[in-house]
Design a protein around this ligand. Structure first.
Ligand SMILES: [Zn+2]
Length: 252
């Protein structure tokens, strides 16, 4: 049983302001390691024999390697395919969610909305769609209440560890550090057994992937960057994906 853990920073316990995320605050990164380790411990105690972890926020370089549980293997996104189930630690809700700490999808600067086959998804949805193409479910998330609700709405009765509550978009009220770790550990431990029962997110293909940007010039730039896009509105581009094979197939 292999568990793949994707990590992000916005939904990490104790991270309560935009500054802490933007400045890669040392405490925030220590909390990233603590939450990740709690999930690693939970996965192993729950029956996993291999745990892969991805340093996912802002393209990586957030992990403090000496603080990571040595039983975890740091990996890229591709090995999702080798796993039996995925967790997301430190998740945030999709762009346009109210009372969600730093809600966004990919770029909070340029992306207004993201859809697959007409349905809105966030970053957890992109992971679930990629994993789901290989029959693998996302069975657990930690983050603020909004992120946890988003995963449940998408995947059904999965495990969540809500470690904070957003007050508007830019501030969060957090559980004490130790309580957050216990919550994550317990949810991760229970979630391992869901690998075989939770239905993966299956996207019907060919799939239509759409990004609505915040401004027309972002759409102009996307059109220049790649030749397989169709401009369906001044700010919106889309493309048709025949088969979801790589994570990048879901991006624009
Ligand atoms: Zn992030």
């Amino acid at each position: 049983m292999t568990i793949f853990i994707e990590t992000d920073l916005e939904g990490i316990s104790g991270v309560s302001s935009m500054d802490m995320v933007a400045n890669s605050d040392r405490y925030a990164l220590e909390r990233l390691m603590a939450d990740t380790n709690a999930a690693v411990r939970g996965a192993l105690d729950g029956g996993a024999d291999r745990v892969l972890v991805l340093d996912g926020h802002g393209g990586g370089h957030n992990f403090i390697p000496e603080l990571l549980d040595p039983r975890a293997e740091v990996t890229g996104i591709g090995p999702v395919k080798e796993s039996d189930a995925c967790f997301v630690i430190g998740a945030h809700a999709m762009a346009g969610t109210q009372n969600a700490f730093l809600d966004h999808t990919q770029s909070s600067v340029s992306w207004h909305d993201y859809r697959i086959n007409g349905r809105r998804y966030g970053e957890m949805g992109q992971l679930a769609a990629y994993a789901g193409a290989y029959g693998i479910p996302v069975v657990m998330a930690s983050g603020d209440f909004a992120a946890c609700a988003e995963l449940r709405e998408m995947m059904g009765n999965v495990e969540t560890a809500p470690v904070k509550t957003a007050v508007g978009r830019n501030r969060a009220v957090c559980l004490p550090d130790g309580e957050a770790e216990e919550l994550i550990y317990a949810a991760a431990r229970r979630a391992v057994s869901l690998a075989r029962t939770v239905r993966p997110l299956r996207i019907l293909t060919p799939a239509v992937v759409e990004v609505e940007f915040n401004r027309t010039d972002y759409a102009d730039a996307a059109m220049e960057r790649r030749g397989d896009l169709e401009r369906i509105a001044p700010r919106t581009v889309r493309r048709v994906v025949n088969e979801i094979r790589e994570y990048g197939d879901l991006l624009i």
